[in-house]
Design a protein around this ligand. Structure first.
Ligand code: VGL
Ligand code: ZN
Length: 187
């Protein structure tokens, strides 16, 4: 069974947000186009407590973003999707989590158990950001034995270094993911 996996489609990762990714808002339309074609949709949600260890103020690499209870941390308001389940991550102060499967200290989010219980073997993935949470989530999915398709148009990258997005896609492909276009998924 195949499931659409939407990674961190949140206002804070879109232009104007706390950690805005160029073109991030364009991923929402791709998700909206795909969702009706899937019986099952699950989302991950970056969801940090105030003053999280990944924020600059605590020596982390990021400006404060996706703070629990703020609008920027919600699923994007233009997302016309009713997910079967949402998996928050990075919810504890001391651990960050780029992957939707497990925090950096190895604590699972519950996504893998959820998918296993439902017999899901195949994931069609997209979201934000290509070079961080999409990459980490896709690599973890491959390690856990899922077949993974990454929808290119549905991803945008932070690109601290130019080319990080393409390099991340290449890494995912190298690890066994199939990077596909929206047309390929729809047809
Ligand atoms: C992300 C940086 C920090 C992401 C989350 O969703 O790619 N990036 N937290
Ligand atoms: Zn984060």
């Amino acid at each position: 069974m195949r499931t659409l996996l939407l990674i961190d489609l949140q206002p804070d990762f879109c232009p104007g947000g706390a950690l805005g990714v160029r073109g991030g808002e364009e991923t929402i339309a791709v998700a909206n186009a795909l969702a009706p074609r899937f019986e099952h949709v699950v989302c991950t949600q970056d969801y940090h407590p105030e003053g999280h260890s990944s924020f600059h103020q605590h020596g982390g690499p990021w400006p404060p973003h996706c703070v629990q209870g703020t609008a920027g941390a919600e699923l994007h308001p233009e997302l016309r999707v009713e997910p079967d389940a949402v998996f928050p991550k990075g919810t504890r102060h001391e651990a960050d989590s780029y992957s939707g499967f497990a925090d950096d200290d190895g604590v699972p989010t519950g996504l893998h158990a959820y998918l296993q219980e439902r017999g899901v073997r195949e994931l069609v993935a997209l979201g934000l950001a290509t070079d961080y949470c999409v990459k980490a989530t896709v690599l973890h999915a491959l390690e856990r034995g899922y077949q993974v398709f990454v929808v290119r148009e549905g991803c945008r990258a932070v690109e601290l270094d130019p080319g990080d997005g393409d390099r991340a896609l290449a890494e995912m492909a190298q690890a066994g993911a199939r990077v596909v276009s929206l047309d390929q998924v729809i047809s």
